[in-house]
Design a protein around this ligand. Sequence first.
Ligand code: HEC
Ligand code: HEC
Length: 260
Amino acid sequence: MLTTARLLVPAFVIALLAGCGEPSSSDLPDEDVVPKATVARGGLLYDKFWKASAAGEPTETHPLWEKRTDTTSNDRTGSTTWRCKECHGWDYKGVDGAYAQGSHRTGFGGVLGTKLSAAELTESIAETHGYRAAGLSDTEIESLVLFMQEGLVDTAASIDDEGAFKGDAKRGKRLYNKGLGGSKSCSTCHGVDGLRRPDTAPKDYDEWVGKIAQKNPWEFLHKVRFGHPGSVMPSAVGAKVPMKDIVDVAAFSQTLPKSR
Ligand code: HEC
Ligand code: HEC
């Protein structure tokens, strides 16, 4: 019995590899070692690149920061000014969206509907914006380009003018407790009421599901679609989850308490 089992395992593995049509040559890079560019990775980098990359956290303020047309509303300095979202917004609309007012206003425009070609996007992100010098790899820049081309959505299709998600909260409750796209459920990590601190989160964590969903639905949508950089939070886009499922979960999340 034992001998048969030992012979069967390698035979099965070889059959599997052959079945996938993958070259068996051992000098090909392992996909886990050389990650491919993906929209999902681009979305994470858009949020806070140094938590989703080997590139370190910037120490200086972003070189384009001094070009903001409103220099008084947003007086942040340092690494925060490198987050794409700080200039272009969680809704990708910059000064034409949620950052039209408030402490995040810079006056910079959005990226939604950009007409730039892949080559122009690469040049803009890598060179004009300085992300290559900041340490992002070719694959990471390519992921950001893919995110600009395929990952941006007009959040107005999912969120109304009052900030409410246009979803079915009842259906969303079921999905919240079941999980999206075969991932663990939201409730496993965040609790059925959204007030559980995820295991890896800091002790003073207070970014509760209900709080983010109500306070900043655009950020919420981005986090559920792409995950939270540097954490185990799954990406719905990575798992090819339909937008309707995401918006239904979001609508339910807005019914959860904002604080303990
Ligand atoms: C410090 C603010 C700032 C940050 C951070 C920033 N950008 Fe920009 N971005 C700008 C400015 C300013 C422009 C306009 C540049 C110009 O054309 O004059 C711009 C333009 C763009 C455009 C071109 C939009 C168009 O079609 O006109 C894209 C695409 C873009 N940014 C993507 C990104 C990405 C991706 C990131 C993060 C990796 C990022 N930006 C981070 C300031 C910023
Ligand atoms: C495997 C565990 C896990 C699952 C499943 C999960 N999350 Fe998360 N989530 C996390 C972690 C970890 C963080 C980051 C916490 C931190 O800030 O350190 C996070 C962050 C978030 C944030 C951003 C809040 C913040 O920390 O800034 C939101 C919103 C969120 N999750 C909602 C959801 C929703 C909705 C679902 C289900 C669709 C879900 N999460 C599924 C683990 C998970």
